[in-house]
Ligand binder design. Structure first.
Ligand code: NG6
Ligand code: CA
Length: 493
């Protein structure tokens, strides 16, 4: 019989990798992080692996965090990496050697399933009626089944290997983000046709699809439109199929959930089940999705040799533009935990996210307190996959696989965060410096402090993790030193 050590010695050196990116999930949203809504599958993942308490997304919105993750380059080094519309061009240069390229060239089968939000097609606007190129397949993925942008943005269709799924060529899709196209009703003109209303003054009042007004205008593609209640099922199914199809060889699955982004429309199985309104219901749905993936790995007998990484693209927001009852039903649930800000913010709740890592053959269960940034996932996974990177690849990423696997607990030298206004902060030795920013201090629509301030800010995160006392005036030398370090990183390329 094999004992624990023998099992470890036999462990495959190169794991399969399932990377799961949740959307807008907060550090306080999972029950294993103190959340009130039960998340048994994610708690299982945490209990069988490493649960990080000081892990950061690069940015407090989706597109830049995803860009940083797949390129290993800070998104603020490139111009078009802010929140993208649904007809955006692919913003990752096909010449860039991405994480998917690295895994592919190391012999992994590579797939992207679910939320994409990095654009598809050429500059000038995606044509959804032809084979869309360049797409995920041009930056290292063998397979793609994606939501082009977000579920609150048109077009409301899935794209599989460059083709809109279920498109009837006789009913072509037109998309425009500036002016109305076709004659489909919009939230602005036909509010009586809407089943989920936008929050006052928020937008989300363009073309109505499935009773939900979206951002952007579309017409056509009726047969291809997704059903909002079924999106989580589709993502779980496509992810599981990809895993099953690749069970015999190493694979890398990059999986983006729509949950818990708006519009929060849970399948009837979850609707009303959390007791915390629509946002709570889609947390249940997210947990179920992860449960399906874990079940697939178990049933194929490959859980032991599969590294599962679960994290979020940015922090939480309660009212993100639909009157969906999330604020009213929040109750005692605290998505931001004790941290200041939220999605869009330079304060901690904007980028400090849950991170869970499980690999039964190698990772021992535990809590990982090391300071960790998602920018390092690229090189850490590349090392574990035995990938050799060309000169210039992943310029900002560092190999931190010992931290990722919980084998070492060293802090990263520094972590840089970015907010919606492209202001940056640097966190180092427990001190956090926020560079001056002319952006708005507060977004009343989403009720979040954005961290922008015309003067420098300095917080002692050890004593004051809630960033309440700006100590910049008391420690000018520390402000100068951190500002200098931040400028040095900016100047690196
Ligand atoms: C904002 C949207 C918000 C969400 C966000 C992107 C409005 C008023 N707000 O502009 O609802 O879609 O963009 O979120 O339209 S992210 O997580 O994909 O970055
Ligand atoms: Ca997001």
């Amino acid at each position: 019989m094999l004992g624990g050590c023998a099992e470890r010695a036999d462990a495959p050196e190169r794991p399969n990798v399932v990377f799961i990116y949740a959307d807008d999930l907060g550090i306080g949203d999972l029950s294993c992080y103190g959340g009130r809504i039960p998340t048994p599958n994610l708690d299982r993942l945490a209990g069988e692996g490493q649960r990080f308490t000081n892990a950061y997304a690069t940015s407090s919105t989706s597109t830049p965090s995803r860009f940083g993750l797949l390129t290993g380059m800070y998104p603020w080094r490139q111009g078009n990496t802010g929140i993208r519309p649904g007809n955006s061009e692919l913003i990752i240069d096909t010449a860039c050697y991405t994480l998917a390229d690295a895994m592919h060239d190391a012999g992994y089968g590579t797939g992207a399933v679910g939320k994409w939000h990095l654009g598809l097609g050429p500059v000038g606007g995606t044509d959804f009626n032809v084979e869309i190129r360049p797409d995920a397949r041009d930056i290292g993925f063998d397979y793609e089944y994606v939501i082009p942008a977000t579920v609150d943005r048109v077009p409301c269709v899935f794209v599989e290997n460059g083709r809109v799924v279920g498109l009837d060529p006789a009913d072509p899709i037109t998309v425009d983000y500036h002016k109305k196209v076709g004659d489909w009703p919009t939230g602005r003109e036909n509010p009586e046709l809407v089943r989920m209303h936008p929050s006052p003054n928020h937008g989300h009042d363009n073309t109505i699809v499935n009773g939900i007004p979206r951002i952007g205008f579309m017409t056509g593609g009726r047969a291809a439109l997704w059903v909002d209640e079924g999106i989580a099922d589709t993502i779980a199914l496509k992810a599981s199929r990809f895993i099953a199809d690749h069970a015999e060889r190493p694979f890398f699955l990059y999986m983006g959930t729509n949950d818990v982004h708006v519009p929060r429309v849970a399948h009837p199985r979850f609707e009303g089940k959390s007791g915390y309104g629509s946002r709570g219901d889609v947390i249940l749905q997210l947990d179920w999705t992860v449960g399906r993936v874990l079940h697939t790995l178990d049933s194929l007998g490959i859980a032991d040799r599969t590294l599962v990484v679960f994290t979020s693209d940015n922090g939480p927001v309660i009212d993100d533009g639909y009157a969906d009852g999330a604020v009213e039903h929040l109750g005692d649930h605290t998505p931001m935990a004790t941290y200041r800000g939220g999605k869009y913010s330079l304060f901690e709740a904007g980028t400090r996210v849950p991170l869970l890592v499980r690999w039964p053959a190698r990772v021992r269960p535990g809590v990982q307190p090391a300071l960790f940034s998602q920018i390092d996932i690229y090189r850490s996974l590349a090392v574990l996959a035995g990938a050799e990177l060309p000169e210039g690849a992943a310029p900002d990423s560092r190999d931190r696989h010992p931290e990722l696997l919980g084998e070492r607990q060293e802090d990263r030298e520094y972590v840089i965060q970015q907010n919606l206004a492209n202001a940056l902060s640097i966190l180092c030795d427990g001190w956090k410096y926020l560079e001056p920013s002319k952006g708005p201090r507060y977004n009343a629509l989403v009720d979040i402090e954005l961290g922008n301030h015309p003067a420098p800010q300095l917080y002692d995160l050890v004593d004051d993790p809630g960033e309440r006392r700006n100590l910049a005036g008391e420690h000018p030398e520390r402000v100068a030193e951190l500002a200098r370090r931040l400028e040095a990183v900016k100047a690196e390329r």
